[in-house]
Design a protein around this ligand. Structure first.
Ligand code: P6P
Length: 337
């Protein structure tokens, strides 16, 4: 893949189109769908960068289906993706962290070949403090043969995904995705409004002693997770312990650091919420697809996330993701590897 005429790395749209020619199943429709999501990322990136200047900080005063305060940017971004996805005419069902129920766009009822779930602004509590946040997206082929879609089109096992990824709004804006042919990361040039390929074929580093978790919850964790976190903190230089702790409080940001530097992100269940906090459909499954494509792993402690079928739009799951060695280590404490 050579760079484009300005000597810059290829743009996202050029990269997707080039891959389209390599993979017969990739169609112009799929390229249009991914481009619509990428455009959403550009517009949110601009809104974030102006935040306090464009009324993008603060809260709406409403609480969503998750029981979480809805930030103004949550609403704005959610509506943006509904519009962008509906305009493609390619999407027959939309699931979102911000929607109690799915949206079934009229434009995609008959022709919509795809189903899209997303978390429009992941980690929105970071907005007001100018800390990193992200968007997470997951794309499936529709399950129903034709006509109106239903919840069943959204509730598919993670292995059915045809694409997944995230947009990280941090010190730079990164678009990172997979279609099952490796993981590729692009950096947004805000001046030109173009994403340029910066890291093709991303793979987790083999070794890394970093763990990322909200350890404030460990007092109510179940025994295997408490044993794991105590283990990684023990002083044993021969096994690279104690690990370093890093936690940003936004899954996209914590995951992206682990993808580049190695380590593990863990959000276990606990005695009050055995299913944990993270949502299977638009957090765990898309990130798990990226992780496995980058040579890593993602489980609920015992089972690969991608082998699980969500039972509900907002079903939660204990979540461990990162370098395969580290996820296997957690599995050993859960008695599975
Ligand atoms: P806590 C953000 O609300 C989120 O869903 C993920 O992005 C993040 O990893 C997690 O919750 C943070 O949760 O309980 O540590 O604030």
């Amino acid at each position: 893949m050579n760079s484009n005429t300005q000597g810059l790395p290829p743009t996202l749209s050029r990269f997707i189109r080039s891959r389209q020619s390599e993979y017969p199943e990739a169609t112009g429709d799929f390229t249009s769908l991914l481009s619509a999501i990428a455009l959403g990322g550009k517009l949110i990136s601009r809104q974030i960068n102006l935040a306090g200047l464009v009324e993008a900080t603060g809260y709406t005063g409403r609480v969503n289906v998750q029981g979480e305060e809805v930030a103004k940017l949550d609403d704005w971004s959610n509506e943006l993706f509904i519009d962008l996805l509906s305009e493609t005419g390619l999407v027959c069902a939309i699931g979102s962290e911000e929607l109690d129920r799915p949206v079934f766009p009229e434009s995609g009822a008959e022709s919509g070949k795809y189903v899209v779930s997303y978390d429009p602004v992941d980690g929105s509590s970071n907005i007001d403090v100018a800390a990193p946040i992200g968007t997470i997206f997951s794309i499936y082929p529709r399950k129903s043969p034709s006509g109106e879609c239903s919840d069943a089109d959204l509730l598919q096992p993670g292995r059915n995904q045809v694409a997944a990824g995230y947009i990280l709004y941090g010190s730079s804006t990164i678009f990172c995705y997979t279609t099952g042919q490796g993981v590729h990361a692009f950096t947004l040039d805000q001046t030109m409004g173009e994403y340029h390929l910066t890291t093709p074929d991303l793979k987790f580093p083999e070794k890394s002693n970093v763990y990322s978790t909200n350890e404030g919850n460990s007092g109510t964790w179940l025994m295997p997770d408490r044993q794991w976190v105590n283990y990684v903190k023990e002083n044993d230089p021969d096994t690279g312990r104690p690990y370093s702790a890093r936690y940003i409080g936004a899954l996209v940001a914590d995951f992206h650091r682990i993808l580049l530097k190695g380590g593990i992100f863990a959000y276990p269940g606990n005695t009050t919420n055995p299913e944990g906090k993270l949502r299977m459909l638009y957090e765990c499954a898309p990130m798990a697809f990226v992780a496995e494509q980058a040579g890593g792993a993602a489980t609920n402690g015992t089972t690969p996330i991608l082998d699980l079928t969500p039972t509900g739009l907002h079903q939660r799951s204990p979540f461990y993701i990162g370098s395969k060695r580290e996820v296997d280590l957690v599995g050993a404490f859960h008695g599975t590897t």
